[in-house]
Design a protein around this ligand. Structure first.
Ligand SMILES: O=C(O)Cc1cc(O)ccc1O
Ligand SMILES: [Fe+2]
Length: 478
C-alpha cells in the first residue's frame, strides 16, 4: 500500500532516492544523480497564485527524448468536443450499464463517449464517457494534452502508475490526472467506470462561504502519490491524446522515470465517503450545489464549466417537505452516474454503472412512484444508506455521440417517464364545471374578486385557501 502525501493543491515534494530533489533551487547546473530537470505547467505562468499549477520533475530522460514520429490511432468510441454527430430531440436520456467486453481490452481502448460539450482546443467544456477494461496496459503509456481526467471507478480497482508515483483507487474513490501527466493503468480483473475529461480550468475545491472553514470535501483527504520511478528498457508505446485525436509513438524505455518531483500539478485521489455533507435541517430540499466535491470554474462567477456533485449517504430530516429532488428545469446540463446502491429520485431503471443525461432546460424529477410515496410518507428522520450517485453539471448543453444515441444500452422509452405523473389538482369547482373557463382574480377597485364565480360558490372573498386534501375534487380543465 503506497503512502500518500495529503492536502489538496499543496506544493508537495517527494523523492524516491535520498537527495534527488535539488535543494533551494529548481534548475541546478547539474541535478543530483545526473537527472534532467523538467517543468510541467498546468496553468499559464502568469495565472494568479491561487490558481497557478506547475510541477518540477527530476527524471532520467527529459520528455523531449521520448519524442519519435507519431502515428494517428483509431479512437474507437472515444470522442472529443466538438462532436455534433447526431440530432437528438429535447428529451431526458438514460443508458444501461456498459457490459464488460469479452476480449482483451486495455486503456486507452475501451472508452466510450456518451456526451461532449464545448471545445477541447478552445479549453472549455467536457466529455463524459464510460469505460470497460479487461487487462492492464503492458509497456504502454498515455497522457492527455486536451483534458484533465477524472476517473470514477464503479466496478473493480484501478492502479495508476504515474510519473509522480502510484495511485490506487477502488469504487467510491475518484482519481484526477492533470493534463500532461503520463501513466500506465493496471487492473487485476475486469473494471468499469466513468471518465470525465475536463477541457476547462483544473478542478478546484468550491468556496465554502458561510459554511466556514470545514466540511464538504476537506483538503486533507486529497491524497497525492510519493515519487516512484521505473528505469526500464523495453519496446513500448506512448499514446498522446492531443487535438481531439489519439496519437502513438514507439519508445525504447518507460517514460515513468521521474525520481523526484515537487509542485502542485500532480494526480490525486479522493475517497467520496470522506465527503462531509451539509443539508436542510428544518424544511425543504436544498439545491444540489451543496454537495459539490470539485468545481472547474469558468470565467463567469458561479457558472461552472463543470461541477462534480455527489449524492452520498445522509439523513433526511426536513419537516413538512417533499424530500426527494423537486421537479425542475435546469439551465445547467446534468450528466449522472451511479456508483452503488439506489438513487432516491430514480430507484428503478438506474442501476449502478448506468448513466443519464438531463440536458439544458429538459424537465425532470422524481418518477411517479417516488412522487406518490414522498407525497404521503410519514416524515420521520430517515437515513439514506448504501447509496452513491454523482452528477457532472456543466453550464453548456451536452451533445450526444452517435454511439450513445444508437447504443443498445440506451433506454429508448426513458424520455416518456414523466407521462406517468397524474394531476392531483384539488379543484374547487363542482364536477363538470370549469371546462375551458379561466378562473382567476382581477384587481378591482380596492377589492379582489373572482372573474367568473363558479355556480354555488360564494362570490367573495374568492379562493383564499386551497381545498383541503380530504375534500379532494375531481374536476379539471381539459
Ligand atoms: O436531477 C437530479 O436528479 C439531480 C438533482 C438532485 C437534486 O437533489 C436537486 C436537483 C437536481 O438536479
Ligand atoms: Fe436535475
Amino acid at each position: 500500500m503506497p503512502a500518500y502525501l495529503s492536502g489538496f493543491g499543496n506544493h508537495h515534494a517527494s523523492e524516491a532516492l535520498p537527495g534527488a530533489l535539488p535543494e533551494g533551487q529548481n534548475s541546478p547546473q547539474t541535478c543530483p544523480y545526473g537527472l534532467y530537470a523538467e517543468q510541467l505547467s498546468g496553468t499559464p505562468f502568469t495565472a494568479p497564485r491561487t490558481q497557478n499549477r506547475r510541477s518540477w520533475l527530476y527524471r532520467i530522460r527529459p520528455t523531449l527524448s521520448h519524442w519519435g514520429a507519431f502515428q494517428k490511432v483509431e479512437t474507437g468510441d472515444w470522442r472529443s468536443a466538438p462532436a455534433r454527430e447526431v440530432e437528438v430531440p429535447p428529451q431526458p436520456l438514460r443508458w444501461n450499464p456498459l457490459p464488460l467486453p469479452d476480449g482483451e481490452v486495455a486503456f486507452p481502448q475501451g472508452v466510450h463517449t456518451l456526451t461532449t460539450c464545448g471545445d477541447a482546443g478552445a479549453g472549455h467544456g467536457m466529455a463524459a464517457s464510460v469505460y470497460a477494461l479487461t487487462r492492464s496496459m503492458h509497456d504502454a503509456y498515455f497522457y492527455n494534452a486536451d483534458a484533465e481526467m477524472l476517473f470514477v471507478p464503479q466496478q473493480g480497482d484501478l492502479c495508476f502508475h504515474t510519473e509522480m508515483g502510484l495511485i490506487e483507487a477502488e469504487p467510491a474513490e475518484i482519481v484526477v490526472i492533470p493534463r500532461g501527466v503520463k501513466f500506465r493503468l493496471e487492473i487485476d480483473g475486469p473494471v468499469r467506470g466513468y471518465l470525465c475529461e475536463n477541457y476547462g480550468a483544473p478542478f478546484q475545491l468550491p468556496e465554502r462561504g458561510p459554511i466556514g472553514a470545514n466540511g464538504l470535501a476537506n483538503e486533507r483527504d486529497f491524497l497525492y502519490p510519493q515519487a516512484a520511478f521505473e528505469d526500464r528498457e523495453a519496446p513500448s508505446k506512448m499514446y498522446v491524446k492531443w487535438g481531439g485525436d489519439l496519437w502513438a509513438t514507439d519508445l525504447a524505455h518507460s517514460p515513468l522515470d521521474v525520481v523526484a518531483w515537487h509542485g502542485n500539478h500532480a494526480p490525486y485521489r479522493y475517497d467520496l465517503r470522506r465527503f462531509c455533507p451539509m443539508g436542510p435541517i428544518l424544511f425543504d430540499h436544498a439545491d444540489p450545489s451543496i454537495f459539490t466535491v470539485l468545481t472547474s470554474p469558468s470565467e463567469v462567477p458561479g457558472t461552472a464549466n463543470i461541477d462534480l456533485v455527489i449524492f452520498p449517504d445522509r439523513w433526511l430530516v426536513a419537516e413538512h417537505s417533499f424530500r426527494p429532488p423537486w421537479y425542475h428545469m435546469n439551465i445547467m446540463s446534468e450528466f449522472m452516474g451511479l456508483i452503488h446502491g439506489q438513487y432516491d429520485a430514480k430507484p428503478n431503471g438506474f442501476a449502478p454503472g448506468a448513466a443519464s443525461l438531463h440536458n439544458r432546460l429538459i424537465p425532470h424529477g422524481p418518477d411517479a412512484e417516488v412522487f406518490a410515496a414522498a407525497n404521503h410518507t410519514d416524515l420521520k428522520p430517515q437515513k439514506l444508506e448504501g447509496t452513491l450517485a454523482f452528477m457532472l453539471e456543466t453550464r453548456l448543453p451536452q451533445q450526444v455521440t452517435r454511439w450513445a444515441w444508437k447504443s443498445s444500452m440506451r433506454q429508448v422509452e426513458y424520455g416518456l417517464y414523466g407521462q406517468k405523473l397524474e394531476p392531483h389538482f384539488l379543484s374547487p369547482l363542482p364536477e363538470g364545471e370549469g371546462s375551458a373557463k379561466t378562473i382567476g382574480f382581477e384587481q378591482g377597485e380596492g377589492e379582489m374578486f373572482q372573474s367568473e364565480p363558479p355556480a354555488g360558490s360564494s362570490p367573495s372573498p374568492g379562493l383564499d385557501r386551497p381545498p383541503s386534501p380530504s375534500g379532494r375534487g375531481k374536476g379539471r380543465a381539459t
